[in-house]
Structures are given as C-alpha cells and as structure tokens.
Design a protein around this ligand. Structure first.
Ligand code: PGA
Length: 253
C-alpha cells in the first residue's frame, strides 16, 4: 500500500494585507492540533510572506508562495525569484495556476522554466493543471492534461521531480461552487499518475502527491479524500477563513 501523506494547501490569492494575513495565520495555528498526520501549507500574497513566516516557524504549517520568476536575479521589474522566496521562509511555490495562465499569459513553457527554478532552489513546486469547461465539453480533458504535463515537465529527470506536487484543478470548478465529483476527479488523478509513471517510473509516480482543487469545502473534502489517487487539496476561497480551513484540514464536516 502506498503511503502518501496528505497535503492540504490554502491559496489566499490576492487577499489580505500583512496584518490581516498575520491574524489569519495566528488563528489557524491555534486551531490546528499538533498531532495531525497531514501536511498543511498556506500561500499568502508576497507582501505577507516574511511576516507570516516568522509566525509559522515553530509550527507544523509550511509557507508557500503563489508564483515566482525563473531568473535568479536581474532587471525584471516586479518579479520575485526562487531564492527570494526561500529567504522569505517559503518551502512551497504554486506554479501555473489557471488564473496565471488565463490573466497573465503563463504557458506550458513558462511553467516548465518556473518548475526548474523552484527545484534548483529546493522549493517544492505545486504544479497546477486542468481543463476549461469548453475543453471538458468537447472531450479534450485528457489531451489538454497530456499537453500540460508533457510540456510542463519536459526535460526533467526523475531525481529532479522527487518533491513535485501536482494539483488537478478543473478551471470550471475554481471559485464556481461546482466541484468535480469524487469519481470525476479520481479518473483524472489516475490518468495523471499513469502519465507520471510513463515519464518517471513507478516508484516516483507512486510517491508524487496529486491534489484536487476547485470549490473544495468542508462538506466535500471527506469524500474526495476517500479516493485512492487523491492525496490532498488546493483550496482557494475556503482557505481564507481559519475556522473553515481548519475543518477541511481535519476532514471535518
Ligand atoms: P477555490 O479555488 O477553492 O476558490 O475554487 C481553488 C484554487 O484556485 O486553487
């Protein structure tokens, strides 16, 4: 039986100032028991990372960023490098979120470069993939995912992919209240794991955590987590409120 420790990750998107983020993180720390057998990550906006990092230091909650740029440094106004994230206390970084692909021109090629920068700097990449509603309706789900994974992970060795986390986030389920059913998600997760197996071998494919994301709430997390290939969740809206998020982390209704 494979053992992949579940990961529940909160993506705060463009919400919360520094003080608001601190307050939320502080409440979350108090709500989460220290004995849980789940990894927890929160990804506040850049401006709150260093502040929240201090607060999380002696806790079991890890810090993640929502994005990065692939160059190490240089004249790239407005961008943040992997080493800057590490020095701000980050352990994870979300890469290729559909909102970045949709509004900020991210492509499978830029996702590839960002994952490279993340792994080179010992940041754990959380690579997001997922089809749009039109793509699902026209039965292109698997071909879209195939392209995103092939191009996004092009050129990596199995060693470089050791810490990779993948997040399946159907675009039609993000922030819409429409969740994929547990069976729909499982079908895709299995497909992704089989792709990872072909690319990187059985051992690695078995150890990579594949999260589901898209309108995850405390009343659907338990069913999703019963599926053999769903290893956790990436949560947007429901991660902003510590009481709600802590229920999800503890798989409570
Ligand atoms: P949601 O967002 O939980 O608000 O649907 C998920 C995500 O964008 O990661």
């Amino acid at each position: 039986m494979d053992h992949r420790k579940p990961l529940i990750a909160g993506n705060w998107k463009m919400f919360k100032t520094g003080p608001e983020a601190l307050e939320t993180a502080d409440r979350l720390v108090k709500l989460l028991s220290t004995t849980m057998d789940v990894d927890v990550m929160i990804a506040p906006p850049f401006t709150a990372l260093a502040l929240v990092s201090d607060l999380l230091k002696k806790t079991r909650i890890s810090l993640g960023a929502q994005n990065l740029f692939w160059e190490a440094e240089g004249a790239y106004t407005g961008e943040i490098s992997a080493s800057m994230l590490v020095s701000a206390g980050c352990r994870y970084v979300i890469v290729g979120h559909s909102e970045r692909r949709q509004y900020f021109g991210e492509t499978d090629e830029t996702v590839n470069q960002k994952i490279k920068a993340a792994v080179t700097n010992d940041l754990i990449p959380v690579m997001c993939v997922g089809e749009s509603e039109t793509e699902r309706e026209s039965k292109e789900t698997f071909s879209v995912l195939d392209r995103q994974v092939q191009k996004g992970l092009k050129g990596f060795s199995a060693d470089e992919m050791e810490t990779l986390v993948m997040a399946y986030e159907p675009v039609w389920a993000i922030g819409t209240g429409k969740t994929a059913t547990a069976d729909q998600a499982q079908e895709v997760h299995l497909f992704l794991r089989e792709m990872l197996e072909k690319k990187f071998g059985n051992n690695l494919a078995k150890s990579i955590r594949i999260l589901y994301g898209g309108s995850v709430k405390s009343d659907n997390i338990t069913e999703l987590m019963t599926m053999p290939d769903i290893d956790g969740a990436l949560i947007g809206g429901a991660s902003l409120e510590p009481e709600t998020f802590s229920k999800i982390v503890q798989f409570q209704k």
